[in-house]
Design a protein around this ligand. Structure first.
Ligand SMILES: Nc1nc2c(ncn2[C@@H]2O[C@H](COP(=O)(O)OP(=O)(O)OP(=O)(O)O)[C@@H](O)[C@H]2O)c(=O)[nH]1
Length: 286
């Protein structure tokens, strides 16, 4: 996981770096976490990408609530954007990308053909996203076993390398890393719950409180069955204690070890012990 300090100067540099790369590409792949598509967005992405055609990729869809991911796909479609659910780790959905990217730039390529270019080059794409959203995993997945860097192109900065993805697409090998919208406390918690920001940054108990409140409201049955509870106490301390007692998270004095409970809950969420979860839905923008 990248440890980037997002000072204003660093954000400006990241923005500049992405915009520099836009010159070389036809389409940007905006990689989001399917469990938190709004919170895992860069707050300036529209300004940064400008008019560049964009494909929204809801990654880690394997961990997200399928019904909610469907809602997000519709939500983006209503905004005139194409969104595709993928799992970069296993490769599910990834095969659609080249065709979808080609579709987005068909007018541009038709114009190239009209100008007499018979065989337009492959579609060129760039992956952009916040840290830990799966950029490297997707690049490796697209590159597959046939990782073939096509080398420097005339006029392209030396550092820009292209990865061939079949015959139809080329991908810049370095993704655009952008910052999340971390000034919003809710966003910070959602990114922490899903593991996008490191546990040392926010207090684990606070993150677990956030997660348990969310799960109590939206996935109560999962809590009941996972922790073998009779009911879900409305009081968050009582809920910590009920889980702690069930799990034997006790201190030497016999009290509940709140840190341990927080650790178990967050680990259960991240390892899918509580099933597939989405922490944001277009209908319930909590
Ligand atoms: N379950 C699941 N895990 C994924 C998926 N894609 C990526 N991951 C995991 O998410 C973590 C982060 O993935 P990376 O590819 O390193 O993310 P990145 O965006 O390149 O991260 P930075 O280098 O920090 O910018 C890794 O542990 C991956 O294995 C996915 O589709 N499903």
């Amino acid at each position: 996981m990248a440890t980037i300090q997002w000072f204003p100067g660093h954000m400006a540099k990241a923005k500049r770096e992405v915009q520099e790369k836009l010159k070389w590409i036809d389409v940007a792949f905006e990689l989001l976490d399917a469990r938190v598509p709004m919170s895992s967005r860069n707050p300036m992405i529209d300004e940064i990408l400008g008019q560049k055609p964009r494909l929204v990729l809801l990654n880690k869809a394997d961990m997200a609530d399928e019904a909610v991911t469907e809602q997000w796909i519709r939500y983006f479609r209503e905004q005139g954007k194409t969104a595709i659910a993928i799992d970069a780790q296993s490769g599910t959905g990834v095969r659609q990308l080249a065709a979808a990217a080609k579709e987005m730039v068909k007018d541009k390529f038709a114009k190239m053909r009209a100008k007499g270019i018979k065989n337009p080059r492959p579609v060129r794409a760039l992956i952009v996203g916040i840290p830990n959203v799966g950029k490297s995993t997707l690049i490796n997945r697209l590159a597959g076993r046939h990782i073939a860097k096509t080398g420097d192109k005339p006029g392209v900065t030396k550092a820009q390398q292209w990865i061939k993805v079949g015959k139809e697409m080329e991908l810049l090998d370095t993704p655009g890393i952008l910052w999340p919208k971390f000034e919003d406390e809710d966003v910070g918690y959602k990114l922490a719950v899903t593991g996008a920001i490191k546990d040392e940054i926010l207090n684990g108990q606070d993150v677990a409180v956030y997660a348990l409140r969310f799960l109590s409201a939206h996935y109560p049955e999962r809590l009941l069955s996972r922790y073998d509870l009779d009911d879900i106490p409305a009081d968050i301390i009582a809920l910590f204690e009920a889980i702690g007692r069930r799990r034997g998270c006790l201190t030497a004095g016999g009290g509940v070890d709140y840190d341990k409970v927080a650790e178990i809950v967050l680990s259960d969420i991240r390892t899918e012990k509580l099933g597939r979860l989405s922490f944001e839905a277009p209908a319930l923008r909590t």
